[in-house]
Structure formats: C-alpha cells, structure tokens
Design a binder for this molecule. Structure first.
Ligand code: PGD
Length: 821
C-alpha cells in the first residue's frame, strides 16, 4: 500500500458528507441560525481554508452539500471528508449550556458530577452574565492568579478568529491581564527548550534544507521516529501539502530510505524503506552506540567538531566510558534498544560514507528525558560532519506542516493581538502580578498550589487557580493521565469552555458555549506554514448552526460586561479586521519587489498566490554557518553547536546533565522493574487531527467494533488469545480503556499502538478510574515533566497490558450530545 493511496482523496470529486446529511439533513430548517444572512452565497461554491488544505464548499439553498479540494493542492487529504460532518454532526454544541448543579448551587457545587452530562440549556444573556460575574468574583476574591487561561490547543486556522488570542485579549483588556498563562506546547515541549541551548534557535518550527535539494543531494534519507506521509496531511495554518510531490520524486530516485520506528509506519510503506524496529524510548542509546562506533573506527569528522562545535571533549569521556565506566558501544546500545549491534555499526558506517539526512519527528522528545533525543541526534549529525552541506545533517520538521517545501515570496499576515501583558515565563510577573507555567504541568499546578517547580533555569511556585477558561483545545484528550486530571479538575470552582463539538473537555465543564466552526464565519490565512505559497480568503460557507456564535462576538459581549468592549473590538467588525490585516501585510509588497491585489480584488478572487524565488529552491539549513561560522554564528553562547552546555551545567539539574546522556525513563520495555509487558505507541492518528474529526463519519474508516483501533503484533495477540476485531481492555495502574484489536506484523512484538486523540468516554457513572469505553490512550500515560529543564509532556512513555474484553462492551456515548433539558 502506498501512502498516497492511503491518505489522498480524489482531486476532482465532490464529496458528499453522507452521514452528516443523513443525520442532520432532516433537521435542516432548524440548524440554520436565525440571524441576517452572512454566508458568502446561497447557491454556488465558496472558497475557504482549513488545517487540511484549501477547498471549495458547495452550497445549495443555503445548505452545505459538498467539498471539492483546491485544484492546485498537490495532495488533498482524505480528512477533508470529515469536515462537513464535524459541522453538522450529532455531537455539535447547539446552545449555551450550564451544568445543572452549578446553575443551582453556584461555583464549586458538586464538582464530582462534572462529566455526567447533566446540563441545562440557558439563554446567551444568562450564560454571558454568569461568565462575566464569575471572572470578576474570582479575580476579586483570589487575585491575579485565580484564573487559568493558558488554554492550549490546535483550534482552527484563521488570523482573526484565533480564539486563544481572543480569550487573552478579553482578559488583558477586561481584567488588566490578571490571569495565569502557559508557555510551550504539547508538540515540542522538550525540543523547543533544549534546542536554543544547543543550536541557538527553536529548530522545530524552522525551514529545513528544502526538498529539491534533498531529492538531488541526499543519498540516505533517515526518518527517525517520523511519519511525514501521515502527518503532513495537516498544518497549523492552511495546509499546502507541498512535501508530497517531493516525497514521490525521492521515491522515484530509488535512493535509500531508512525508518527507525517501532512500527512500519505509512512513510516506511510509501518508500518501501528499510525498517529498523527499535524499542520505544531507547533512541538515545542507539545514537550513542552509533557515535561510539564512529569514534572507535575514527570515522567521526574531527575537523567539523573542532570548527563548528564546542564541548565534544567533555562529552567524549562519557561516550568512551572513561567518566562512568560504561563505554557506550554498539553492544551496550543493542542490549537497550534491541537493534542488533552489527546493524548499529553498519548504519554508523553507512551514514558516514553517504550524504545522509537525519530527519526526526517529535515523538522521541515527547518522552521522559526527551531533551536528550534531539540533543544526541544533533551530536551524531555533528560527528558525521554534514550539517550545512546540501542534503546532509539533520532536520526536525520534515514531518510537520510540510517543512522543507520551498518558501514563496509572500507577504506575511499579522496575527490577532492578545492586547499585550500576556506572561510567558514561570516567574515573570506582569503588572497585575499574574504568572505563567510550563503548559504540560497544568494538572500539577491545580493539585499543588504553592509547590515550587523548576523550568529552564528558573524556579517559581504554582499559583492557586480556581477557574479555568478553555477555548480551541481539548485537554481531556491531549493531556496525560486522564484519571489524575479528572480528579484535579474537581478542585476547580468554575470551568468555562467554548467549542463547537461536545468534546470530553466540554462535558467536564460548568459553562459550555457553542462557538461557530471556521465555516460559519469569515477569516483570512496563509497557505503553507513554511511554503507561504498563498493567502486564502476563508469565506463563510453557511449561516451559524443553531445558536452558535463567533468567539470574537462572545468575547466582545463579555468585554462589554467588563467595561472594555471598545478596547477589545477597536470599533471594528469582522470584515474591517480582515481588511486591516490584509492591508497591513500588503505594505510589505514593495520591499519584496512584488505587487498584490487590492483587498477587494483579493476577496473577490478568494486566493492570491506567490512565486518561489530561485534561491529559495536551493536553501540549505546552516549553509551560511558552515560557510562562515565567525560571521554567521549560531545564537548559542559560544556561537557554535553546543555538545556541552555550560548554561545547563549551571542549572545543576539531576535529570538533565550538561551533555547528551542516556537516562533510564520512568518505564520502558526491558527496563528495570517494568511492571507491564507492553509499550503503548501513542502516535498521531491517520484520519483525524488530534481529537478533531473524531466525532465524524471518518471514524467508520478506522474504528474496530466502534472503538479506537489497537495495533497488535500476531505473536502478542496469540499469547493473549486475541483475534482480529476483538475488543480488548488495555490497562495499567493509571487507567483503562477499551480498543478494537487490529492484528498486524507491521508493529514490532512488545509494542501496541493506539493513536492519541480518541474521545474520552468514561463508562456511565464517570467516577475517577472508570473504564474509558471508546479508547482515549491518555487514560494510560503518565503525567510527569520530561525534566526540570523543559517540563514537556511524556505522552510516549507508557507501559500497559491488554486482555480480551469479556462480556458485552457498552456502546460509546461520547459521539452524541448530552440530553437537552
Ligand atoms: P485538538 O483535537 O486539535 O487537540 O491537543 P489539542 O487540544 O490541540 O483540539 C482542538 C479543539 O478546538 C477541538 O475540540 C475543536 O473542536 C476546537 N476548535 C476548533 N476550532 C475552534 C474555534 O474556532 N473556536 C473554539 N472555541 N474551538 C475550536 C493536541 C496535542 O495532543 C498535541 S498538539 C500533541 S503534539 C500531543 N500529542 C500527543 C501524543 O502524540 N501522544 C499522547 N499520548 N498525547 C498527546 N497529546 C498532545
């Protein structure tokens, strides 16, 4: 099976949202909002954009009836099929709703009934009064750290309707910035903190050596825990899918591709790559084994290490074992990572003798001590001496948002300002005394007010948060250790959520507001996070569904109640904001030597495309640094690649030494005292974006027995008496969930795979520890920080066991809205 066959949809075909129309079509007259007609057309096609790409929406009689991918999308994602369903699905939030006990008893009443689905419909006026009143009460009673508005999540693209910036804007103007913010993200929590120490930049969100250069110059392309064929379907802004033609071109060259991964992922299948089925969580050991081989055989590039790096001499005693008595030989590594020592040596020699690109994903840093993985990868690449050469070195973003697709000469849109005052470090306090925490420690914060925590050289105490306000994210999907989280949430007095889907996060809230989806409002966005090949008018496709309102309008109305409407809106409506953003970006055009259409012409055309300059087709990451390290130094203290970091040394952390180090994780296969026999690989899903689209017809293409699929090696399945299609219970000391067995030798023995993003669906009763009956893998994962340095999440460090589920499995509940009362 090729990846292309797997995740692309027809470019020409118009997709009918079959199940959406089936379920909601009959309700058509009532699901349209009553307000003035704002949709772009009543009949015809409307262009818009999404995380899954640009598309044309077909509208007939004011109803959305089909989707046609943009004709210039080189690889439209099949996930587009789920979009209409997400807008019109039975899990749609229709009205403002308040948890009954909260409505009757006020903040903090019976928090253990959160998640039980007992909601009462209220009017918009009542809901907005409740929220504004509660923001005031919490802020007056508990001071500037009473409200948590870190509110992380992938929301929807669109520069104006960025609900998270809008939330913070409302609080910055309405409450003087008196709220707790959060820094970092769940994608690259460890890498984005360690990489500035090592390379002087974030690295993970930066342009890669471009694909045309890779196709031309790379001999060996390594995907180390990366699955770009799967994950490039989506982007943070509007996806361009620019990597797919180049991946096909690389495949056609017949050059070598190696995938180091516990499962033979879609990329391995697409390239028919050599598969190295490593034990999860042991990549640093394997890299050390390769580094040792290079050094022992004098294959490392001593000249490169001398000129472009610092600290190799301090790392070397560790590598050879001089400092700790343990030489990190290939044999030593093989014991840990279960890749044969001879294979480790062979790969080290191959990488050294060929132009090799080490392209890594982010799963290997979303682990306990995850800082070490990318640091060691850089160190290995430095020893190979190819950083800054065409097609060589390392890349941390080929799998994300089509990193490596050449960059066009585009104008850049400004984002929606959050009004300033947001705090983005743990101990930096803003004028009103509010603070910020590393994002993935949110549950730790709620549980342990006043407790001290470390973060990247700083130390601060957790605030005592009483209220959480979440928009555009699904923490009851993305955060680890669900049961710990359910319990911690009970300490909060008030939880407010805006979403358009009844996610578990909405179900565990007190006040739930129905937001519009991106297709019920107008917006503007870049196409291609790295390629920036176009700007698209995200035109409103249909009228708001039921009583849904734009986050912007909701926050404007709350601002009104807080006396700050004018500051929040600047007196501008939706189209005035969009026009302003475009016209501000257009002022960059002369300096770029390009002309762009007027706003009115752009809006009428729906899209404006940009050319890729020839020099951008040749871009080599770190080419300038290699050319002249004195005039093009890195942003590190030494200006060089830091294999040893004096700054990290000064921090003195016991869980993040000053050079890359193999450190035993909390738990791993083959690790001492491993209590459960299977590692759970919590990869990103093939047919949704995190939890987005889980509530749609796309689920029918992958669910097994109505549950999230669980990939199991045949030997492991046989040992547990499980056959294909069985429902299994997966469990450990932290939690339990059901899943549907898929038996396949594409996953290595000892590892099972359940994708993140399955909607959490606790069995009725919903008490802490309840069986999750759909398959949220974060019922099983640990909620610990990667280390004191980055405090990133460890969603990929998890052992569990499984068994065939006995008896009748309860039907999932989570895909229907709670009863309307
Ligand atoms: P999404 O499913 O994208 O997940 O976590 P994230 O919270 O980003 O949730 C976005 C929510 O925003 C959806 O419920 C959607 O309906 C809502 N939404 C969309 N548009 C709007 C809007 O305009 N307004 C409002 N109000 N709401 C909107 C993802 C996170 O999960 C990430 S980024 C990563 S990388 C992590 N990955 C893993 C992993 O690999 N393994 C594990 N175990 N756990 C992970 N968790 C993390």
């Amino acid at each position: 099976m090729s990846g292309k066959d797997f995740n692309e949809i027809s470019r020409r075909g118009i997709l009918k949202g079959a199940s959406a129309l089936g379920v909601m079509g009959a309700l058509a007259p009532s699901w349209l909002g009553a307000g003035a007609a704002r949709a772009a057309v009543a009949d015809g096609e409307v262009i818009t954009g999404s995380h899954w790409g640009v598309f044309h929406a077909r509208v007939e009689g004011g109803q959305w009836t089909g989707i046609r991918p943009w004709e210039k999308d080189p690889h439209p994602s099949r996930q587009l099929e789920g979009i209409m369903d997400s807008v019109l699905s039975p899990s749609r939030i229709k009205y403002p709703m308040v948890r009954r006990a909260y409505l009757e008893g006020g903040p903090g009443t019976s928090p253990e009934t959160r998640g039980a689905g007992d909601f009462v419909r209220v009017s918009w006026e009542q809901a907005l009064d409740l929220i504004a009143g509660e923001l005031r009460r919490v802020s007056e009673t508990h001071g500037p750290t009473g409200i948590f508005a870190g509110s992380y999540g992938w929301m929807s693209p669109g520069k104006l309707h960025n609900c998270q910036s809008l939330l913070r804007r409302m609080l910055n103007f309405g409450l003087n910035g008196a709220f707790v913010n959060a820094s970092g993200d769940y994608s690259t929590g460890a890498a984005q903190i360690i990489m500035p120490h090592v390379m002087g930049t974030l690295e993970v969100y930066e342009q890669q050596t471009v694909w045309p250069v890779v196709v031309e110059a790379t001999d060996v392309l390594v995907f180390w825990g990366a699955d770009p064929v799967r994950t490039n379907q989506i982007s943070w802004t509007v996806s361009d899918h620019g990597n797919y033609p180049y991946m096909e071109a690389f495949r056609e060259t017949g050059k070598k591709v190696i995938v180091i991964d516990p499962w033979r992922n879609e990329t391995a299948q697409f390239f028919d790559a050599e598969w190295v089925p490593i034990r999860p969580g042991t990549d640093v050991a394997m890299m050390l084994g390769m580094a040792h081989t290079l050094h022992e055989e004098e294959l490392h590039d001593a000249g490169f290490l001398d000129e472009y790096t610092t600290g190799f001499d301090l790392f070397l005693p560790y590598l050879t074992g001089e400092s700790d008595g343990v030489p990190k030989t290939a044999d030593w590594a093989a014991e840990i990572c279960e890749v044969p020592a001879e294979k480790i040596r062979e790969l080290a020699r191959l990488f050294q003798s060929s132009r090799t690109m080490l392209s890594s994903g982010w799963a290997i840093q979303r682990q306990h001590h995850g800082e070490q993985s990318h640091w060691m990868l850089v160190t290995l690449a430095a020893m190979l001496g190819q950083i800054g050469l065409p097609g060589g070195g390392f890349g941390l973003s080929y799998h994300y948002a089509n990193g490596g697709a050449p960059t066009a000469n585009s104008i850049v849109l400004p984002g929606m300002s959050d009004g300033g005052g947001a705090v983005d470090g743990p101990d930096w306090l803003n004028a009103s005394g509010a603070g910020s925490i590393p994002l993935a420690r949110v549950v730790d914060m709620i549980e342990n007010p006043g407790a001290e925590f470390d973060f990247n050289g700083k130390r601060a105490a957790y605030p005592d948060v009483k209220m959480a306000y979440w928009v555009g994210g699904n923490p009851f999907s993305h955060h680890q250790d669900r049961n710990r989280m359910v319990k911690a949430w009970q300490k909060l007095e008030t939880v407010v959520v805006h979403d358009f889907q009844w996610t578990a996060t909405a179900r565990f809230a007190d006040i739930v507001l129905p937001a519009t989806s991106a297709y019920e409002r107008n917006d503007i966005e870049n196409v291609g996070d790295y390629s920036a090949i176009a700007l698209v008018a995200m035109k409103q496709v249909i009228e708001p569904v039921f009583e849904a309102r734009n986050d912007f309008d909701i926050f404007a109305d709350i601002s009104e109640r807080l006396g700050s409407r004018e500051a929040f809106t600047e007196g501008k409506d939706e189209m005035a904001w969009i026009r302003g953003m475009y016209e501000s970006a257009a002022t960059q055009a002369p300096a770029r030597g390009i002309t762009v259409p007027s706003f009115d012409d752009f809006w009428a055309a729906g899209i404006v495309e940009f050319e890729i300059p020839e020099e951008n087709m040749q871009y080599v990451r770190y080419g300038d640094f290699r050319e002249d390290p004195l005039f093009e130094p890195l942003g590190t203290p030494s200006g060089l690649i830091e294999i040893y970091s004096k700054n990290i040394e000064k921090m003195g952390y016991d869980d993040c030494p000053a050079h890359p180090t193999w450190m035993e994780p909390l738990e791993r296969l083959g690790g001492e005292g491993a209590k459960f026999p299977f590692h759970v690989d919590t990869t990103h899903p093939p047919a949704r974006l995190h939890s987005q689209l889980c509530g749609t017809s796309l689920r029918e293409s992958y669910a097994v027995g109505g549950r999230e699929p669980c990939l199991i090696n045949p030997a492991d399945a046989e040992a547990r008496g499980v056959t294909d299609g069985d429902i299994v219970r997966v469990f450990n000391d932290r939690g339990q969930c059901l899943a549907g067995a898929v038996i396949s030798d594409e996953i290595r023995p000892g590892v099972i795979r359940i994708s993140e993003g399955g909607w959490y669906d606790p069995a009725p009763g919903g008490e802490v520890g309840a069986l999750d009956i759909y398959g949220d893998v974060n019922t099983l994962t640990p909620d610990i920080g990667t280390s004191k340095l980055a405090q990133g999440n460890c969603g990929h460090t998890v052992l569990a066991d499984f068994e065939k589920y006995q008896g009748d499995a309860p039907a999932p509940n989570v895909f229907m809205a709670p009863a309307e009362v």
